[in-house]
Ligand binder design. Structure first.
Ligand SMILES: C[S@@+](CC[C@H](N)C(=O)[O-])C[C@H]1O[C@@H](n2cnc3c(N)ncnc32)[C@H](O)[C@@H]1O
Length: 192
């Protein structure tokens, strides 16, 4: 409940940066994580963990030989994450700086990115900047998984984002609607 209230308050403050009124459900989180080729992963990054709705499922699946870290821009979420998920390594920075973050952390390439960013709420130039930054760290054949709310799909921004994914990645698949999420969502599973 505390986590739901935290995310709702932050949404009211910055709707275009937070982009969600409630944390993702376990059905959405696990649907996204089922897409990853876990046996082949070394480095996994989560974008925009918020209050940790997806992170806690990531932490359950990650093996000791694999590295996971998260990048969260909003400093209000950092103490929540530290309290709820102390084992999650999280950097209070922007995904725009993911290349510099990986360099600092001595991670050459990332095998999978699980994104919670509200891509379709971003203006085009920011979307492009974040996608270029993503491509600079994602390994060849690396995976990128992200979600979008169903009610927003008919909007131009959402259509443009879907086109961007198709233009950027060699494979893009779209999930069935995850109804057990507030609001209902789909996710995109992409391979570089
Ligand atoms: C839609 S919420 C998702 C929260 C959580 N992953 C979930 O699924 O419930 C989007 C999150 O992305 C974060 N965010 C937005 N822009 C970001 C950026 N440039 N870099 C890192 N995090 C960002 C927001 O602060 C927020 O926590």
């Amino acid at each position: 409940m505390l986590k739901a209230r935290t995310i709702f308050r932050q949404f009211l403050k910055s709707p275009n940066k937070v982009g969600a009124v409630a944390p993702s459900s376990r059905y959405l989180a696990n649907g996204m994580l089922d897409e990853l080729s876990w046996d082949t992963l070394t480095n996994v990054v989560e974008y925009g963990p918020g209050t940790g709705a997806i992170s806690r499922h990531l932490l359950k699946r990650i093996e000791p030989h694999q590295r996971l870290f998260a990048v969260e821009l909003n400093d209000q979420f950092i103490p929540v994450l530290q309290q709820k998920l102390p084992e999650l390594e999280v950097f209070n920075e922007s995904v725009s700086d993911i290349r510099a973050i990986c360099d600092r952390e001595q991670v050459d390439f990332v095998d999978a990115i699980v994104s919670g960013l509200p891509w379709t709420a971003f203006p085009e130039p920011l979307q492009e900047e974040l996608m270029n930054a993503t491509l600079s760290v994602l390994a060849d054949r690396g995976q990128f998984v992200t979600f979008a709310y169903v009610h927003g799909l008919p909007l131009q921004n959402a259509k443009r984002f879907r086109k961007r994914l198709k233009d950027t990645f060699s494979e893009v698949s779209i999930s069935p609607v995850v109804w057990r999420n507030v609001p209902p969502a789909i996710f995109y599973s992409c391979r570089k």
